[in-house]
Write a protein that binds this ligand. Structure first.
Ligand SMILES: [Zn+2]
Length: 433
């Protein structure tokens, strides 16, 4: 278990250029050069109002930046790194608490050189995740003509509005990759239509609809599952009209036509405190199909340790506790307030142990060279895109991000709806709204 860190330390070269030693770039997260880099990024993000996990830096008694001055041995001795983890190295801490995780095989070949922060931008409109029961798809997932994704893509292509921001951001300027969500927080009605179009994903989610022809669709940041969406162009159009159109808030469209035909679809607030979406798209890039099951297994181990139930199929959606959102009565403001109340009542929604997390495989996210890549979404509206996630890093994803609502700087690619000025010191970071 010390092998990785020992080899990381032995690979420190400190190549001098113009007389200044360059921080070493290491193929791992916990080498001294990395820790220094992440401490800087953590400060940049924190100054911008993003709640960040500071175990890499501020929690350390001898922060790397001034380690040399206080005689602790300079930027990045293993002892310094260890101070953040109950006085242990990170790897020892993980081993003692969770056991050993499988390492990625060499075939993953992650890009450790390029800047991760700012690699691709987050969507600021809705995120739509459609059940297919599969973990691999055609190279472009919407090419599967028998799928609801194909039909929804057809409907989306007819709409006017902005798409996903694909441009890379500047790591030193969080405003280029940590964006505001176009949506208000839960309980609040829209003040105007949402212009950006939804981002569409196919997922391994198993449809929970009674009719085998129907699919189940997860909609974010609304935090709802739309059951019984007919797999047809009419079904896709109905989904747009009832749940995805930019004029609709979380409560969506009211009951239409007594639920006949395509109007049989019904929406329910999700029972999960967080959702993790893992890219597993083998026909796009085999690295993700290798990474996804290893990350999933580590996630289940860590979440279970914290008393959190894991739903990997969607079965928790089958029998909703409360009535459909289409049936909510009252003004738009009252309907939104009721959805907000239901969201507030999700177990674990404000952090800590317990509750339930959904983990599903999805198609191509972009940035496969940073495999493993994942999206993590929260009822507060927070959206995170993480990269270079190894099984060893999953404890940080769970302990810092899912339990406490804090970003792990070294894993961040982009985010939306996570700025909470002053929230770093609080226990629940961007889980609050
Ligand atoms: Zn991928």
């Amino acid at each position: 278990m010390f092998k990785k860190i020992a080899s990381a330390v032995s690979s420190i070269s400190g190549t001098p250029r113009n007389g200044t030693p360059e921080p070493p770039v290491l193929a791992g997260h916990h080498g001294p050069g990395r820790v220094k880099q992440y401490a800087q990024l953590a400060k940049t993000l924190e100054d911008y109002g993003v709640p960040v996990a500071t175990e890499d830096c501020a929690a350390c008694d001898s922060p790397c930046a001034d380690g040399a001055a206080n005689g602790a041995g300079g930027a990045g001795t293993v002892a310094e790194i260890g101070n953040a983890w109950d006085g242990k190295t990170y790897e020892q801490y993980v081993h003692d608490k969770y056991g050993d995780f499988d390492e990625f095989p060499a075939a993953i070949d992650t890009d450790w050189e390029s800047d991760l922060a700012g690699s691709g931008g987050p969507p600021v409109g809705r995120v739509v995740v459609i059940s297919t029961g599969k973990s691999d798809w055609p190279r472009d997932h919407v090419d599967a003509q028998d799928s609801l994704s194909y039909q929804v893509n057809k409907v989306l292509s007819k709409q006017k509005g902005g798409g996903k921001n694909k441009k890379d951001g500047n790591p030193a300027d969080p405003s280029t990759y940590v964006l505001n969500s176009a949506f208000p927080p839960p309980s609040t009605a829209l003040s105007g239509p949402i212009a950006p179009l939804p981002s569409l994903y196919s997922s391994c989610l198993i449809s929970q609809a009674e009719d085998p022809e129907d699919e189940t669709v997860l909609v974010f940041p609304d935090w709802k599952a739309v059951l019984e969406v007919e797999n047809s162009l009419e079904g896709a159009q109905g989904l747009w009209d009832g749940a995805l159109s930019g004029s609709l808030g979380r409560a969506g469209q009211r009951l239409q036509n007594e639920g006949e035909g395509c109007n049989r679809r019904r929406s329910y607030v999700l029972p999960y405190r967080a959702i993790v979406l893992l890219c597993s798209h083998k026909r796009r890039d085999k690295r993700c199909s290798i990474a996804a099951p290893l990350l999933r297994s580590a996630l289940v181990t860590c979440l279970t340790k914290h008393g959190i139930h894991v739903d990997e199929t969607g079965s928790s959606l089958a029998v909703p506790e409360l009535g459909a959102l289409e049936d909510l009565e009252g003004t738009e403001a009252e309907r939104e307030a009721e959805v907000g109340r239901r969201i507030s009542n999700i177990e674990g929604v404000h952090g800590g142990e317990g509750g339930e997390v959904g983990i599903f495989n999805i198609n191509h996210l972009g940035g496969h060279r940073y495999a493993g890549v994942m999206l993590i979404l929260f009822p507060s509206g927070a959206y995170l895109s993480y990269g270079r996630v190894t099984p060893q890093e999953i404890p940080r994803v769970v302990e810092d991000t899912i339990l406490k609502g804090k970003i792990v700087p070294g894993l961040l690619r982009s985010a939306a709806g996570v700025v909470r000025p002053g929230a770093t010191a609080k226990e629940n970071g961007f889980l609050a709204w």
